[in-house]
Design a protein around this ligand. Structure first.
Ligand code: FAD
Ligand code: SF4
Length: 464
């Protein structure tokens, strides 16, 4: 078999910026079979496979890439799904550049192998009847999972493969967590999320939507119902605000509310009646993936001028580089080294101006990035109709408030040990509820770790 010595990845085809900023179709359209084969040929199949050590769910990367080289897409897919229940999702949204691809040997001289794009190719092109290989013999033991984001779904999939009866309780009317309510359609089509979730359901995982644990029932009531172990994966969906004057004005949204209205409640679709107020001038405050998603959604909702306001420089923005570039190509303005100080409203209470101050960068702070410092006397006012706050989130306190003896860290995250065990016997936690807002693959890694530890715990208890 040959190896392609090209220093560059095969380019991912994209919709043109002027076209895509007016529709909700996927921006990156995916490799063709020829492109995937050519890219797969760049993998040299290193013996020690450093790429695997960069993958939180240990996908056997060289082996699945080899199958693509051989034209065996179904087999490539089966290898990936041994440890990754959501490959079409990961192939689209994982920050591979800081995970598996950061470790790829080909990255030493040129660009790493496009592992994420190949993962997406395998997941999108495997045959339907290849999708459920879970035929575990049931062991009669019930496990409850609270929250159906990537952490909960991964934990559920791994436990179902081991023979457990798994029930996921989800607060919303649709499963998927941020994958359905946060990440927009043009980055992650909801049909892809539904497809991967239905594969899990076909494997026997039961998902009960509209079930807010802490309101409908508590964790101790779940134990009374016969669940032998519980995994808390409720994410970090509580939005933060700046606490500045005028933030209560009409037209000021948290990014969570704005994106939930658009993605989960389909405000962009004329067949839905979800109300949303997107004016001509939109300011998005923040510099992460969430800010980029909110800005790009605002543009597609018809806003004329969309400005992302960020207190550090573009270099320090935590959003993926690719998302920042896509946003700029779509006409989003980055107003960096600027921080809002107040929101001005008209006599009817609607936001009409955003006052901000210019910032400069000082010495590095605890995050390792240079600290933003206000430059006195540089205040300016930007005309706005809509302001979207995308400055971070924390875990919703409901589970903590309704669960006795559950240890919580300062900041509201659940405390666990290295195996995701909490302070309560029989209760594990993982994903954003433990780490604070992080990534899909880290949440999945935590779900997988918890599943294996739950299995160990149940086996020990049974043998006692
Ligand atoms: P979540 O996905 O938040 O899921 C938690 C689930 O628990 C939700 O469905 C919630 O409704 C449910 N829940 C909460 N409380 C209860 C309760 N009491 N009872 C029952 N159910 C409950 N990461 C990336 O890797 N790449 C990206 O491109 C990316 N983009 C992002 C864009 C946006 C807009 C956002 C908000 C995040 C993004 N992230 C991205 C981060 C990533 O989505 C999260 O880190 C990941 O979803 C966390 O998974 P989780 O399972 O811990 O929680
Ligand atoms: Fe292939 Fe890169 Fe992994 Fe080596 S490190 S096996 S080249 S993907």
């Amino acid at each position: 078999m040959t190896t392609d010595n090209s220093q560059k990845k095969v380019l991912m085809p994209h919709q043109l910026p002027g076209i895509r900023s007016k529709n909700w179709e996927e921006v990156a359209t995916g490799y063709t079979a020829e492109m995937a084969f050519k890219e797969a040929e760049r993998c040299i199949g290193c013996k020690n496979s450093p790429c695997i050590s960069g993958c939180p769910v240990d996908v056997d990367i060289p082996r699945f890439i080899k199958k693509i080289k051989e034209g065996l897409v179904n087999e490539a897919y089966s290898i990936i799904t041994k440890t990754n229940a959501l490959p079409a999702i990961c192939g689209r949204v994982c920050p591979q550049e800081t995970q598996c691809e950061a470790k790829c040997i080909r990255g030493l001289k040129g660009e790493p192998v496009a592992i994420g794009r190949l993962e997406r190719f395998a997941a999108d092109n495997a045959k339907e009847d290849n999708e459920s290989d879970i035929t575990a013999i049931k062991n009669g033991c019930q496990i409850a999972i609270i929250g159906s984001g990537p952490a909960g779904l991964t934990c559920a999939g791994a436990l179902a493969k081991l023979g457990y009866d798994v029930t996921i309780f989800e607060a919303f009317h649709k499963p998927g967590g941020v994958l359905v309510y946060g990440i927009p359609e043009f980055r992650l089509p909801k049909s892809i999320v539904s497809k991967e979730i239905s594969i899990l359901e076909n494997s026997g995982v039961l998902i009960k939507v509209d079930h807010v644990i802490g309101r409908i029932k508590t964790i101790s009531e779940l134990f009374e119902e016969g669940y032998k172990a519980i995994f808390v994966s409720t994410g970090a969906g509580l939005p933060m605000f700046m606490g500045i004057t005028g933030e209560e004005a009409i037209g000021v949204y948290s990014a969570n509310e704005f994106l939930t209205r658009i993605n989960l409640m389909k405000a962009y679709d004329k067949n839905y009646v979800t109300p949303i107020n997107v004016g001509e001038n939109v300011a998005v405050v923040g510099g992460g993936n969430v800010a980029m998603d909110a800005a790009r959604c605002a543009k597609r909702m018809g806003a004329e001028i969309v400005t992302v306001i960020y207190r550090r420089s573009e270099q320090e923005m935590p959003a993926r580089r690719e998302e920042i570039e896509h946003a700029k190509e779509e006409g989003i303005i980055l107003q960096t080294l600027s921080n809002p100080v107040s929101i001005i409203s008209n006599k009817d209470g609607y936001a009409e101006g955003l006052e901000y101050i210019k910032m400069k960068l000082g010495e590095p702070d605890s995050s390792g990035r240079r600290a933003p410092i206000p430059e006195e006397g540089t205040n300016q006012i930007m005309r706005v109709d809509t302001v979207i706050m995308a400055i971070g989130t924390s875990p919703n306190p409901l589970i903590a408030m309704t669960t006795e003896n559950l240890e919580i860290k300062p900041g509201g995250c659940v405390k666990t040990d290295d195996n995701m065990r909490t302070s309560i016997e029989g209760v594990w936690a993982g994903g954003d509820v433990v780490t604070g807002s992080a990534t899909v693959i880290l949440a999945m890694g935590a779900g997988l770790k918890a599943a294996y530890d739950i299995d160990k715990y149940i086996n020990i208890s049974r043998n006692q």
